[in-house]
Design a protein around this ligand. Structure first.
Ligand SMILES: CC(C)(COP(=O)(O)OP(=O)(O)OC[C@H]1O[C@@H](n2cnc3c(N)ncnc32)[C@H](O)[C@@H]1OP(=O)(O)O)[C@@H](O)C(=O)NCCC(=O)NCCS
Length: 183
């Protein structure tokens, strides 16, 4: 499997500098902005901070995908509507994570992208186990993990503080053998 990864409705591809306006638009929503660590020094998502992020991403050697963040683009018009990433760690363990523009949620697009990323992680990167982290509060994200067949492996009581509230952290995971049986 090579990049871009094609699914029925999506392309998972490297970012391009022309994507800056779409990325600023979708990632400024609070549900996504809170996850972003490449905001400007003032904590804002600006065209400059997004351009810096894309330049840094494109410096990563595609032959060494130990940390890869891909754009989720619509196949119909190539517009970027989200992001999906994978980080390869020791012992063939991978961590994945995702975000989708608000107006494109509720149609299974994130599930479609994440399933393609699991295929890529297991079949191309030969990972043994892929996991994802979230909180009990983020139901859309843990429901997505369950749709993919990932197992809730850890539930940490009050392990994160956000907006002045303690939240429970979750880890979900799936093994390569389990994914190959499901797909
Ligand atoms: C997490 C996130 C990507 C999930 O988005 P989502 O739209 O719920 O997920 P999908 O695109 O897979 O859509 C699933 C929904 O569409 C429905 N759906 C419709 N057609 C579908 C299809 N063909 N396949 C799967 N689901 C489909 C599902 O039933 C589900 O709806 P429900 O939640 O009411 O049961 C999104 O909420 C998000 O970007 N959040 C902000 C960023 C974030 O928190 N990321 C995770 C950090 S841990």
């Amino acid at each position: 499997m090579t990049l871009p990864i094609e699914t029925e409705r999506l392309l998972l591809r490297r970012y391009r500098i022309e994507d800056v306006p779409s990325i600023v638009r979708y990632s400024s929503h609070p549900s996504i902005a809170r996850l972003i660590d490449w905001a400007s020094p003032e904590g804002e998502i600006t065209e400059q901070s997004v351009a810096r992020f894309i330049e840094a991403q494109n410096r990563i050697n595609p032959g060494d995908p130990s940390w890869m963040d891909l754009a989720i683009a619509l196949r119909s018009d190539d517009q970027v509507i989200g992001a999906i990433g994978i980080i390869c760690r020791a012992h063939r363990q991978g961590q994945t994570g995702w975000a989708l523009a608000v107006q494109h949620r509720g149609r299974g697009l994130a599930t479609e992208a994440a399933a393609a990323m699991l295929d890529y992680g297991f079949l191309t990167l030969d990972l043994h186990r892929i996991y994802a982290v979230t909180t009990t509060w983020n139901m859309p994200s843990w429901k997505l993990m369950e749709r993919l067949g990932m197992r809730r492996e850890a539930h940490f009581r009050e392990s994160e503080m956000a907006d002045g509230e303690w939240r429970d952290g979750l880890i979900y995971a799936i093994l390569k053998s389990e994914w190959l049986e499901r797909r």
